[in-house]
Design a protein around this ligand. Sequence first.
Ligand code: IVH
Length: 673
Amino acid sequence: MVTPPKKPRARPEAARAETLRAAIRRHERLYYVEDAPEISDAEFDALMRELLELEAAHPELAVPDSPTRRVGGEPQDAFPRAPHELPMLSLENANGAEELEAWIERAAKSADDPDAMACVAELKIDGLSVSLRYEDGVLVRGATRGDGSVGEDVSVNLRTVREIPLRLSGRSLPGELIVRGEVYMTRSGFQRLNASREEAGEPPFANPRNAAAGSVRQLDARITAGRPLHFFAYTLLGSDAIRQSEGLERLAGWGFPVNPEWRRFEDRGSLVAHCLEWQERRHELDYEIDGVVVKIDDLDQQATLGATSKHPRWAVAFKFPAEEATTVVREIMVTVGRTGKLTPTAVLEPVDVSGVTVQMAGLHNEDEVLRKDVRVGDTVVVARGGEVIPQVVRVIVEKRPRGTRRFRMPQRCPECGAEIVRLEGEVAHRCPNASCPAQLRERILHWGGRGAMDVDGLGDMLARQLVEKEVIRDLADLYDLDVETLAGLERMGELSASNLVAALERSKGRGLRHVLYGLGIRHVGASAAAALADAFGSMEAILAADRESLEGVEGIGPTLAESVAEFLGARENRAVVRRLAEHGVDMTAPERSAPSGPLAGKTFVVTGTLASHSRSAATAEIEARGGKVAGSVSKKTDYVVAGESPGSKLDKARKLGIEVLDEAAFLDLLRSG
Ligand code: IVH
């Protein structure tokens, strides 16, 4: 297992130390770079321990590229200055396909042979760039970028990063070499690190990039050594390679981790398509990327193009639109939903998040606000994800002004003043007053919303007035509205009044699934409503059904069945349903023909965010192939499609042993059908 050193030294300790170093280097490479370990962690630790002891007993044996440097030594007072022999430039940005095409066009014009301008596209890793200097194959210095001409010497820290080779082996190794690349943290490593920091009462890092940068710039390298840092090399300087692509191949050959997703393109159209593809696929990776770097492959062409003082003319960063932004919380507003649930929402200083102005962010419930400890006045990171309303990702605690207070849920309903309750075992706080105007207003808005009865023109302002002026006391009253009454309301003319009456009339024909969804029964989403409508065919049948037969329906679990039974069991709700029917609201489901198609008989549950499809588009694709989509996972589920940030449905699927499809597998399935 341990290979003997080539040139045995005179002293046995020296020889043993060298043997150990060679073995440890080899095993590190097998483990960290090739992902093919040959020995156990314990065996590896034993080799490392022996070498540490040997070097401690004989300090003269400690060489700068010893693997023991991986554990980090005594803390430093400050980082030495590290002037860069060749400046570390930054990249010009191209936002969007058009700007990228324009850049390629311009670069091609200046290249000697515009037709032969091949480019390499590499993922733009969102970490911290470093420059590594190797002399005779040994890492002698590692530096941060700093201002581009002088960085910080973080050699001690970078030696602790396992994926950075301390000594190179392989063919055509030049005597002096500079390798540049990105130190980064994986998303999963970042989450684990933050979880343990929070447990220890330490402030979490805002994102993987900050965590990586903070870890590399630790004066105590033992701390760096304990952080899950990784490295990708992307620039080779000082070799005789004639192309960037060749440089990447050499780096990989010498034992550097090189991001495997780089591609060489001769055709511009495919290059642009590739960049756009990664914009969609970025979430598939366990590390963050913020763009694709496009580099002219030929190094002679690069030299011809040269650089400005800031950035090279032979490379460009195709930047993805940021999906996160930082802003300030003006207020935490508490709204009452249609079921009486109180929802805190952050009212923000308006901020642009990938082209959309965001001024509200969801905070879910009191526990969530307290967990993130969001306070009025805080600077927060907001993100647009799969959710309808953007979310507060985290607070930047360092920017918190003085005198802020922890959030508390109000004790009285902000709309009707009723005393708020929090039921045993529930996270939600509720207003218990069934005639709370806020609840009715929300029920009306939900009834008129898309996916429900889709009543054009039934907006927030109108619903507010209808409730405040007591024109409407329940949903069925909507169908008593006439043009005269409506036209008498603020901001309503004759025309909009008659349009609304017509829209209400049209809504009567939507059918049972829309009615069931529109009633706003707790837990009944669009897919549960559709499942119930399809299974029973009419409201009458559902009203007659008991809990057990409700639960017998695919996609309907006990909580849902209970909630439906409870809602339809209440006298006032039954009365509303009856009056709606009297007004001519269709309470039947169209006769179902037996589903056909490649996915017939298969039930799907979709969880998390898919890059390629919205929830409803994914549902439509499945249904178009004869499959069914349910809202919750049960033994009856055939597939769970898990996108980005899947929730508990994924855990449940795993527990029940249900087949889980990631986005790629889901797309394959759709394609094959
Ligand atoms: S090449 C002069 N390649 O992006 C060319 N940079 O603003 C310099 N980055 O500071 C860099 N992935 O931190 C290059 N594959 C990649 C990269 C990459 C990430 C970072 C790097 C640099 C910044 C450019």
